[in-house]
Design a protein around this ligand. Structure first.
Ligand SMILES: [Zn+2]
Ligand SMILES: [Zn+2]
Length: 372
């Protein structure tokens, strides 16, 4: 694709070479990260088993910090490695090309589709179906299901079960994207392995009766693959071609692939970045942290220290400022017209008690008291 594209649009040979070799370099970095993650995480593939034994002896100090409770060879799912890898290489190439394109309509459409899909994940799969932080009437649930499908992620059932596990067993072997295994694993690596037995075992114990009782979700699950392909690829790629005669290649490259991959990485950053970097004003003993970058990228899901303390709060943040929390704006709007109701939120008193009991002193109220 890269060669064909260059032949059509770029004359300068140095630019062509730069883009192609940059893509290869990124691919190599991802592969190196992957091998490092498998060798240091103790959940190595059989391929890397011998390599790991040498590495274990060499990195004993580092291992002590990240030592899991039980050792298990977690096989790599090469199909996922290949698909995720190839999609990222094409997306990186598209990102480079996008700097030279003048396609404002396509850019606006890409942002629109990205925001809608993000809301489907945050307001739908996360705050509504996983945490039951509010209730929604069927038209809103239908909208959220459609938006969620645009994101092209797992089925609602899998998403909810994995996220409930994540909250119940954070940073242990039972956490599907256990952040103690490093950035790469918690970001994307966890999708490249078969699940750890502890995840499967505890996953069976998660109560999913509410999800199974929702007729809209069961309908969505039944036709999941068809709906996903239609709403994640066919519809977003087809609209620019139909409305303003965009060429298929550009629409597929920027909307079908680049927009999709950026959206996935925004969601994944909550599990990785927001579990590694940031302040902990509510509970300093857990890894989730407050991270404004993630809040912006994931539409309000970056206030992760608060969210792990009060997962049932529909705002997923103490302060409901909309600029970094578009999801809260969306839910508030539908609450006004009556489609969202029974919104749950933590009281000021509850938050204050938590800040005093276990915060790291970075909460604005702690700073004020300190200054006084
Ligand atoms: Zn988390
Ligand atoms: Zn959550």
């Amino acid at each position: 694709i890269a060669l064909w594209r260059h032949r059509r649009h770029f004359a300068a040979p140095d630019l062509r070479e730069y883009l192609i070799f940059s893509s290869i370099a990124i691919c190599k970095i991802v592969c190196a990260e992957f091998l490092t993650a498998t060798s240091l995480g103790l959940y190595s593939s059989t391929v890397n088993r011998q390599y790991n034994q040498k590495q274990r002896a060499m990195s004993e100090t580092k291992m002590d910090r990240t030592k899991p409770q039980s050792e298990y060879i977690q096989p790599i799912v090469w199909r996922n490695v290949f698909l995720i890898g190839i999609f990222h290489i094409i997306a990186f190439y598209a990102l480079c090309c996008s700097f030279f394109e003048r396609k404002p309509l396509l850019l606006a459409w890409g942002i629109t589709v990205g925001v809608l899909s993000g809301i489907g994940v945050t307001a739908g799969a996360h705050r509504l179906w996983t945490h039951r932080a509010y209730k929604a009437k069927w038209p809103l649930r239908l909208i959220l299901l459609a938006f969620y499908s645009i994101a092209g992620q797992n089925s609602i059932f899998d998403w909810v079960r994995d996220h409930r596990l994540h909250h119940q067993f954070s940073d242990t072997d039972c956490d599907p994207h256990n952040a103690t295994r490093g950035f790469f694993f918690s970001h994307v690596g966890w999708l490249m392995y078969r699940k750890h037995p502890s995840v499967i075992e505890k996953g069976r114990m998660i109560d999913m009766s509410d999800i199974l009782a929702d007729p809209l979700v069961t309908f969505h699950s039944r036709y999941f693959n068809f709906i996903k392909i239609l709403l994640c690829f066919v519809f977003p790629v087809g609209i620019p071609i139909w409305l303003w005669n965009e060429d298929f290649y550009s629409s597929m490259l920027y909307i079908g692939i680049l927009r999709y991959i950026i959206g996935l990485n925004c969601t994944w950053s909550v599990n990785s970045v927001a579990h590694i970097w940031g302040y902990k004003p509510y509970n300093k003993s857990i890894s989730p942290a407050e991270n404004n970058f993630v809040a912006l990228a994931a539409m309000g899901e970056g206030f992760h220290n608060y969210h792990h303390c009060f997962p049932w709060d529909y705002k997923a943040a103490e302060l409901g400022f909309y600029s970094l929390n578009i999801t809260t704006l969306f839910i508030d709007f539908f609450a006004r017209i009556g489609w969202a109701y029974d919104l749950k939120t933590a009281s000021d008193e509850m938050v204050k008690l938590r800040v005093i009991a276990s915060g790291d002193g970075t909460h604005p109220s702690s700073t004020k008291e300190h200054l006084q």
